[in-house]
Design a protein. Sequence first.
Lengths: 84, 457
Amino acid sequence: MTIKLSQNIAISETGFLFNPSTGESFTINAIGAHVIALLKEDLSNDEIIKRMSEEYEADVNEISRDFEEFLDSLKNNNLIDENE
Amino acid sequence: MEKKQYERPHIIKLNTGMPAKFGMMNDSFLMTHIEGIPVKDLINEHGSPLFVISEQVIRNTFRKAYKAFNTRYPKVQFAWSYKTNYLTAVSNIFHQEGAWAEVVSGFEYDKAIANGIDPKKIIFNGPGKSEEELITAANNGSLIHIDHPDELYQLINLAEATLQKPKVAIRVNMDTGIYPMWDRFGFNYENGQAWDALNKIMNSGKLELMGLHTHIGTFIMSANAYGIAAAKLAELTVGLYTKYNHTIKYLDLGGGFASKNTLKGSYLPGSDTNPGFDDYAEAISTALLNSPIKPENLPILVLETGRALIDDAAWLISSVIGNKRLPSGRRATIIDAGVNILFTSFWYQHQITPAQGHSQYREDTSLYGPLCMNIDCIRESVNLPQLNKGDKLVIHNVGAYNITQWMQFITLRPRVVLIDKDSQIRIIREREKLDNIQMQEQVPESLILHSDSVVFP
């Protein structure tokens, strides 16, 4: 499954995220920013989890669980295109 | 290629508005070591959760408290409040520093005797002393603090029967301007009960009136209240001297001094706002020195403060069991220390710090214990970094009341270690085993299960 971020979301290198359609801004930690970057590449969820586990010192299950939760947070903040 | 350190991905919505007047409440600084010993090593060696007590902090705190009073008043005597923490190792540190024992039950009395305390240096407080306990205390020459009229008459009768002259004080309750006023212990000052009781003692001739005692409340945030209490006890002292030419040997101002903990509902941290020993000492000493008591008759000032002496000397280390997101969106973290061993989490917003490195991202988190009970909440909201399963947390200022009021509820109570003054780790209470609990029980023969007595369909 591939998740699509809402359109026009702007994200800075330091983890500052701005949603122009609502005017809301957010701050994201470094790993969160990395996940957003991967989402922008239109990678599948499984691919993102695989890449994360290659890069970070953590268990795949842990990464997968946290990734799902992070997607929930994005959804709750209207940052994900719900048409998927 | 070496992998990067992992942290949960996390997003926080930024809210615009007026910044908080007091800035960000940030109580989660890092604490990787306690007294120079890595938290991780302590857990690996002694299990999690774990109570850690510092001998050096106890001694430093005691000396600071003693100095605060001793530099202001000529005769000062501390008595260690057993109910606050009666682990023998802890009590004996205070006794080595010169503290007497202040006990409130026969159990505590026996414990103090077993610790090797001279019975004459035991103050026996509390509303529930049995006749047997009163006789023992009287025979030993301990200081019995009378709580109510029946106890007073009982002691007079015992004195007549045994021809002993028990050494006594009365406990006085009074209005010192604080709320709630503790009026259930002792004899009231304002309505004359206390003066009546003193007259009965003096007229009976059967008891040796040594002192006057008050204990105005607990976690008293106003040092001035102690000044009022000291002045009222001084009035009684002068009254006894005027009427009976009787000199009171000591005034016991009890305990109730605040520690550096933050009470629930407080806006500012207790470490910034609570009075220190100097504040209490100044109020009490000034009131006594300015009272009409003649300088040559100045009584010994006895203090029974417990919490302020031990709270800051102990930590509870705990491990993260798991994380979850509540339906409200709030993060919840479950740790392996519950309210059954951290009773004080009902009163305080305990300071909690992670014991391992983390990034600057934090989130308001509800911190729950491992008990299958809804009330098992260590902090409703605490600003913590991203925690992973297995991470360690240090809960601060847990020395008072937890180790005496803890409950063996669905789990076994953990080990308690002392970091001694040479930085050696000493086990001062072993973790409980199933046997410790089972050995107290007895099972009737008819209720013993045999392999053939349970039938599975």
